[in-house]
Structures are given as structure tokens and as C-alpha cells.
Write a protein that binds this ligand. Structure first.
Ligand code: ARG
Length: 654
């Protein structure tokens, strides 16, 4: 499978257990099931195959007596390896795994020396991934929904790019359609009025200066004036037949819109290739003809429709008046992406309100034979929920308008600038305005992105500046400060950490030496608390979490494909008599979470683990300074990678 080629710990364990399973029970085939332990007391990872395997073996001549016997046999068949230090059995037959500390510290040292690229999951190298995101509509407001699509889509792109995929970031701008008729006609009227008043008879920039206003005014007239409506309809026909003058006006409107969108993208650090609906316009006729000829689309009430099993409505690929719409364009687009772009995976990022549309488009593409279930290219719709105001209703300004993105970003930034100035003043530090400005951008835009990404993508969330800018919560601001503090520690040590990494082994033993070995106590000190017996190894916990980055990313990618949910695989493995809840499989929870959540949660946990480590383990001036400095640097490096994947610019000092 795609996952197994990566060198993550989980994948290495999967390989070891795959071998152990074939060796111990050659008569049955079973996919290894390995997951991180939820509770560090039990182990670092666990293998959960024994119970299901026991169920499968029941009634066969060599059937074991209990699931635990199955587990013992699996453990006995594990190949020699440097990764597993120890295994133990728990419950009905869980195999708990303790990793070797050396293998963790070697992993970290290697990462520091070779760079984080060496940790990238390898299952997607060279795969063509087309991500259709942001995709606002020309002349209409780019609203918070488009902001979500932009943020989520960009993060997806960044994760795939880190994994070595060939990512095509497509902006499927709504730049074609009947609304242009009224816009063009309204602009022409403005020009006529100007000429009548003695003004210039040419197109002026002011005509498209306020596109929202242009849209609003044109729409009002379209709804109220019959004569205007007729002219607007004629203008659409002229535009569609390629009339040069109409095309020129259309282009001016698009160009003005593009400038507004670009301003937002550049602030957010998002790159996109514009390939709007108009791009597919020349292909629509042929695509619809193909669908009709193949019997995929049938005529219903004059319209060409694709009926799909299990769906209450058809996909209308051609209206009864012969016109093409949003769905026609998406059919042409999916075909183009499959045939011309040779996509291995096409991902669409829009609000969940469009879920049915995409289900229909995917089903229609399958019906047409362009896509095949279970093999070849994949398609996914990544849907997201609404952004709500603090009142729990759709996010709007006080005046009731949809919130303008530019203003929102401005406010986030200015609030951050104020906080930074305040903190500098408290610390009695000098304030460098350019520096504050720069940090405020990173923090403010980062906070907006993080607040969006940390939520389950399909649920609605409340937009709150107070919450997202909280210095102490699960926010980008908190994380950026945490990172700056770690960078400060490393800076203060003033050592070449990379030279250190090459020859100083990272020790993960603290604070074992503080406590006598539990075996010396037992059993006479049975009353000593359990925590005393299992001292928390802060260095070890931090190291383990750092090494889990590749898995967090694999999970993130896996989760975006609903058809590849691991919990489904689990269900098949769980024998009757056990329920998922009783087993409490650790992966289950993670696989119900959203893609972004995995990375933001990972990052937040990392900073928490670092804090616990830092409280217990003195770094500068300690005996273990060199080794601990490497743990600090590894944490900073991994945090920066997470920031990068989330589209947040890290700060080194705030
Ligand atoms: N322009 C659309 C909107 O604002 C989103 C387009 C999404 N992409 C697609 N291929 N349909 O709702």
C-alpha cells in the first residue's frame, strides 16, 4: 500500500508485524494493525491483531486457545530489529511495544544532520495532485467562506508538496456566466452617461474601481428594469459569441477582480494558478455531446441530465435553453484534469453546501467511464463548515454586510502590533516599528489561519479575535511565542548545534537517575504511588512526539479521503463479541478528526511536551547541556516545519 514506503516508526513497525504475522500464521492473511498508545504507561505503540486473528482461526485444526496465545505467537515471530526494546501483553491480547531509546535518539540526530526532508512521507512522491481551492467569483465579494477554502487548500498543498507530490494549485475562479451581461451593460451605460456629460468616450479605471458596487447596482437594475434586463441578456449572447468589445469589458472586470484577490493572496502568502470557469468554455459543447451520445446524460424536461443512483436530483449538464452552467463546467474540468493534467488525485475544497454537487460530478464521471472505483485516479471533496460571528450567526459586520477579508486581516494585524508593543514596553525593550510591523503580520495572519485550521473542518466555528489572539490558549500567537523562546535558548547557548548533532548522542534518560529503580522497592514499598514507579521521562516523551511528525502527516492525508478511513479497516478486523468502544482503539479517535486538526494538534502537543521537558530539565549550564540543546533545536525545527505546512511564518524573537 502507499503508506508502507515511508520510514516512519509506525510504518517500520507495520513491516515488522507484517512479517511476524505471515511467519506465525501463514494460513490466514491479515493486514498488520499498529497504532500509537494513548497512555504512555502501557507502551509507545501497540499491535492489535491478535483478537481478530483469533476469530479467524477459530474452528481450524491449529486454532489457539485464547487471543493471548495468538499474541504470544506473533511476538515470537518478530524479526530481529533495533526498534523494539520490549513487548508485553495486555487485556485480551494487545501487544504493547516499548521502543528502544537509542533508535529514537538516532532518528533525531539524523534528522538534525540531514534535515527534515529526510522525514517526509514518501508515499506521494511524483504523484500529480490537483487541488482546486479558493475559487472566488469575479465581481462578487470574496467572503470568509473563500478565506476558509484558501487556508485549508493552501495547507493541503503544502503537505503534499512536502511529501514530494507534483501539486497543481488551481483557482477555479467564477469568471464566466450570465452575471457578466448586466455588468457589461451597466458599464456601457456609465460610459454613455459620462460622454453625455462631456466626459471622455473611453473605458476608465473608475468604472471597475468598486466591483462590489458595480455588481450591486447592476443587479438592482436587472431586477427592476425590464428594458435593462433585456439588454443584459443580449449582452450575454454577444459575449458568448466572442464579440470583441464585450470580451474587452469582460476582461477589464476580471482584471480588476484579480487585483483584489491577489492582494489577499500575497498577504496570506498563498500562491494559486488562475484557471477560471472561462478556461473550460470552449470544451463544454463537446463534453456534453459526449455524455449525451454515450447515454450518460439523458434529456429530461428539455435539459440534459445525468441521473445517479442514490441521489434525489440529477446533475444538469445542459439547461433546457441549451445553456451551460456550473455543472457543465465541472464536468469539462474533471475531464481535463484527468486527461490533460494526468492527475492522480483531484481535491476540491469548498463549503459543505456543495457536497451534493461534487458527489454528482464524481458519480457522473464514473458513469462516463472517466473514473473507476477502487483503481486509478482518486477524487475527493474536502468540505468545510461556516464561519460564524460571536452571536452564532453567519459572520457579518455590524452593518449586516458580509465581512470584507481585507478589513479582517487588518484588524488581526493591528491587534497583534498593539500586543507586541505592550510586551516590549513591559520588558523595557526598545520598539523597532518595522520589526513590530513584520511580527504583527506573521502573528495576525497566522492567528487567523490557525484559528480556522484547528477546528474540525466540517463543523461551523465562531470567529473571535479575542480567542484567536489569546496568548495562553491553543493559538498561533501562543505557539509563535513558544517557538521564539526555544529559538532564544538555542541562540543563548551560542553553539554550532549541527556540529554538535554529528557527534553528541541525544540522551533520553532523564529523570531516571533521580529515582531508585522500581524493582528495588518492590514489593516492600507497594504503597509508593504509581507515578513514583513510572517517573515521566520528559526527554523521552518529547523525543517520541518529535519522531511522530511523519505519522501526523500521513494521518492528515489519509483523512481527507473518506474512502480510506482506517476505522473502517478496523471494523473488519474486530471479531464479533468485541465492540470498538470496548477495544478503545487509539487510531479510531484520530481518524475521525479533520486533516488540519492533525497538524495543529500535533504542533500544540509538541509545545506542551516541550514545556514539561523544560520545567523538569535544565538546559543551559546543565551537565546534559549539549544533548538537551539538541532536543531544543529538534523541537524548533519541527515546529517550524509545522508552521510552514500551516502557512504560518515563524518568528525567532518577539
Ligand atoms: N466559485 C465557486 C464558489 O464560490 C467555487 C468553485 C469550486 N470549484 C469547482 N470546481 N466547482 O462557490
Amino acid at each position: 500500500s502507499e503508506k508502507t514506503s515511508c520510514g516512519s516508526i509506525r510504518n517500520e513497525l507495520l513491516e515488522l508485524f507484517r512479517t511476524a504475522l505471515t511467519v506465525s500464521f501463514p494460513s490466514v492473511s491479515a493486514e498488520p494493525v499498529v497504532a500509537a498508545c494513548n497512555n504512555a504507561k502501557n507502551g509507545d505503540y501497540q499491535c492489535n491483531n491478535a483478537m481478530a486473528l483469533f476469530g479467524k482461526l477459530k474452528g481450524t485444526p491449529s486454532a489457539p486457545k485464547a487471543p493471548r496465545d495468538v499474541a504470544t505467537a506473533i511476538v515470537g515471530a518478530l524479526p530481529a530489529n533495533g526498534l523494539i526494546a520490549e513487548t508485553s501483553l495486555a487485556g485480551p491480547g494487545f501487544i504493547n511495544i516499548r521502543l528502544s531509546r537509542d533508535s529514537l535518539s538516532t532518528r533525531l540526530s539524523e534528522m538534525l544532520v540531514k534535515g527534515l526532508a529526510s522525514w517526509a512521507p514518501t508515499g506521494y512522491i511524483g504523484k500529480k495532485v490537483v487541488i482546486d481551492f479558493s475559487s472566488p467569483n469575479v465581481a462578487k465579494e470574496m467572503h470568509v467562506g473563500h478565506l476558509r477554502s484558501t487556508i485549508i487548500g493552501d495547507t493541503l498543498c503544502r503537505i503534499f508538496e512536502y511529501c514530494g507530490a507534483d501539486v497543481l494549485r488551481l483557482n477555479h475562479v467564477g469568471d464566466w456566466g450570465t452575471q457578466f451581461g448586466m455588468l457589461i451593460e451597466h458599464m456601457a451605460d456609465a460610459r454613455r452617461l459620462r460622454v453625455a456629460a462631456g466626459g471622455e468616450d473611453k473605458d476608465m479605471d473608475e468604472d471597475v474601481a468598486d466591483l462590489q458596487e458595480l455588481y450591486r447596482a447592476a443587479k438592482k437594475r436587472f431586477d427592476e428594469e425590464e428594458e435593462f434586463k433585456t439588454r443584459a441578456r443580449e449582452a450575454v449572447t454577444r459575449l458568448q459569441s466572442g464579440d470583441p468589445e464585450s470580451l474587452a469589458s469582460w476582461q477589464r472586470i476580471c482584471a480588476a477582480s484579480r487585483r483584489e484577490f491577489e492582494a489577499i493572496y500575497s498577504r496570506l502568502g498563498v500562491t494559486l494558478q488562475e484557471r477560471g470557469e472561462s478556461f473550460y468554455n470552449p470544451m463544454l459543447k463537446d463534453v456534453v455531446e459526449e455524455l449525451k451520445a454515450a447515454g450518460v446524460a439523458t434529456i429530461d424536461n428539455g435539459a440534459a441530465c445525468v441521473f445517479v443512483e442514490g441521489q434525489s436530483v440529477p446533475l444538469i449538464v445542459q439547461k433546457s435553453d441549451g445553456g451551460f452552467g456550473y455543472a457543465s463546467t465541472d464536468m469539462a474540468a474533471i475531464k481535463h484534469r484527468l486527461n490533460e493534467e494526468k492527475a492522480d488525485w483531484i481535491i476540491y475544497v469548498t463549503d459543505v453546501g456543495q457536497s451534493q454537487h461534487f458527489e454528482l460530478v464524481f458519480a457522473a464521471a464514473k458513469k462516463a467511464g472517466w473514473l473507476v472505483d477502487g483503481s486509478g485516479p482518486k477524487v475527493s471533496h474536502v468540505g468545510f463548515g461556516l464561519v460564524l460571528g460571536e452571536d452564532g450567526k453567519r459572520f457579518r459586520t455590524r452593518s449586516g454586510d458580509l465581512v470584507r477579508l481585507v478589513e479582517l486581516l487588518d484588524e488581526a494585524k493591528s491587534r497583534c502590533a498593539a500586543t507586541i508593543r505592550e510586551r516590549r514596553a513591559e520588558a523595557g525593550e526598545e520598539v523597532n516599528e518595522a520589526e513590530v510591523e513584520d511580527a504583527a503580520c506573521a502573528m495576525g495572519y497566522g492567528a487567523v489561519k490557525y484559528a480556522d485550521l484547528k477546528n474540525h473542518r466540517t463543523t461551523n466555528y465562531k470567529f473571535s479575535f479575542d480567542e484567536m489572539l489569546n496568548l495562553k490558549g491553543n493559538t498561533a500567537v501562543y505557539l509563535l511565542y513558544a517557538h521564539a523562546r526555544i529559538a532564544g535558548i538555542v541562540r543563548k547557548a551560542d553553539k554550532d548545534v549541527y556540529a554538535l548533532a554529528a557527534d553528541t548522542p541525544i540522551s533520553l534518560d532523564h529523570p531516571k537517575h533521580l529515582y531508585p529503580s522500581p524493582s528495588l522497592f518492590w514489593p516492600s514499598h507497594a504503597t509508593v504511588t504509581a507515578t513514583y514507579f513510572s517517573p515521566r521521562l520528559q526527554e523521552l516523551e518529547l523525543a517520541l512526539h518529535l519522531c511522530k511528525l511523519p505519522e501526523a502527516l500521513e494521518d492528515a492525508i489519509e483523512e481527507l479521503a473518506p474512502n480510506r478511513r482506517v476505522d473502517v479497516a478496523f471494523r473488519n478486523l474486530v471479531p464479533t463479541g468485541f465492540t470498538l468502544n470496548a477495544l478503545d482503539l487509539p487510531l479510531r479517535a484520530t481518524h475521525y478528526r479533520s486533516i488540519k486538526l492533525r497538524v495543529t494538534d500535533y504542533l500544540y502537543d509538541l509545545s506542551e511536551k516541550f514545556n514539561s521537558f523544560y520545567v523538569d530539565c535544565k538546559v543551559l549550564g546543565s551537565e546534559q547541556e549539549a544533548s538537551r540543546l539538541l532536543l531544543c533545536e529538534a523541537t524548533a525545527v519541527v515546529m517550524r516545519k509545522c508552521f510552514e505546512l500551516l502557512g504560518i511564518r515563524p518568528l525567532y524573537r518577539i
